[in-house]
Design a protein around this ligand. Structure first.
Ligand SMILES: [Fe+2]
Ligand SMILES: [Fe+2]
Length: 244
C-alpha cells in the first residue's frame, strides 16, 4: 500500500470504529441502572467496540507507566505532590515510588477499595513492601497514629459524616497491618498523603523519571501486554469499552 492508501485505510478504520456500538460493562452503570436488567440492546447492524476506543487518546504500542499517567489517568498532582513530599521527608526510594502511585485506583480505575486495586495493579512491577504499603493505606487512613502525627483527616468528616464507622473488613485489615513488620511503611503513605493537597504546587512527572526507572520493572512488551497477574487490568484501563 502507498502512504496515501495507508492513510485512507486508517481513516476508514477510524470512521468504522466511531460507528461501533459501546456496550458498557455492568460496573460502569450499576446503580444508575439495575444490573439485573442487562445492558441496553446494541443498535441493529452495528459492530461492537473490540479494542481501542477512538474517543480516547491513542496509546503507544508498548505503553509505559507514564503513558498511563498522561493518557488515561485523571488528575495526578495529588500523587506527584505526595511523592515529592515523601522524598523531602527522606523516605527510601521504593516508598517514594509507592507514594507516586498510591491512588492510581482513584485516578484511573475504580474508586471503591482503591488501595487494594492500586496494590494489585502494581504488585508485579514494584518492591513487595511498597505494594503492601499501598494496599494497607486503604485501611490505615481511617485510624490515627499520634506517634507520627497522623490524625483522622478532617476532610473525611466532611466527606463521610462525623458518625462514619469503617466497615468490618477495613477494621480487620487495619488490625492486621498495625501488627505487621511493614506497618510504618504503609503508615508513611498516609503521613505524606494528608499534606499533599496544595493547589499552588505544580510537580512534573519527569521529576520522577529516575525513581520510576529504578523502582518500576517496565515490561518490555509494554504495560498490559506482558503476562503478569495484573496486565489484564492495565488493558481494561487502556480499552475500557472493549466488548469482550
Ligand atoms: Fe488513597
Ligand atoms: Fe492519597
Amino acid at each position: 500500500m502507498s502512504m496515501l492508501e495507508r492513510a485512507e485505510a486508517a481513516e476508514r478504520k477510524m470512521a468504522e470504529d466511531l460507528e461501533r456500538a459501546v456496550v458498557k460493562s455492568a460496573i460502569y452503570t450499576s446503580g444508575e441502572r439495575d444490573p439485573r436488567e442487562g445492558a441496553p440492546p446494541r443498535p441493529p447492524g452495528k459492530k461492537v467496540m473490540m479494542g481501542a476506543d477512538p474517543r480516547l487518546p491513542k496509546m503507544p504500542d508498548k505503553p509505559t507507566l507514564f503513558d498511563f499517567f498522561t493518557l488515561r489517568f485523571g488528575p495526578t498532582q495529588h500523587m506527584l505532590q505526595s511523592a515529592r513530599l515523601a522524598q523531602k521527608n527522606g523516605l527510601p526510594e521504593h516508598l517514594v515510588m509507592a507514594c507516586l502511585v498510591h491512588d492510581i485506583g482513584v485516578a484511573g480505575f475504580i474508586r471503591g477499595d482503591h488501595g487494594y486495586w492500586a496494590a494489585q495493579l502494581m504488585e508485579p512491577y514494584i518492591d513487595e513492601e511498597a505494594s503492601w504499603a499501598i494496599r494497607y493505606h486503604q485501611a490505615l487512613r481511617f485510624f490515627p497514629d499520634e506517634s507520627v502525627g497522623y490524625a483522622y483527616p478532617k476532610s473525611y468528616i466532611d466527606l463521610f459524616g462525623a458518625d462514619y464507622v469503617p466497615d468490618p473488613y477495613i477494621q480487620r485489615d487495619y488490625q492486621y497491618a498495625r501488627n505487621h513488620k511493614w506497618y510504618m511503611s504503609s503508615r508513611q503513605i498516609c503521613v505524606n498523603d494528608l499534606y499533599a493537597f496544595d493547589a499552588n504546587v505544580k510537580v512534573e512527572l519527569e521529576e520522577f523519571t529516575d525513581v520510576v526507572g529504578r523502582n518500576f520493572k517496565q515490561p518490555k512488551e509494554g504495560l498490559g501486554f506482558d503476562a503478569s497477574p495484573s496486565s489484564h487490568m492495565w488493558r481494561t484501563i487502556m480499552w475500557p469499552t472493549k466488548y469482550l
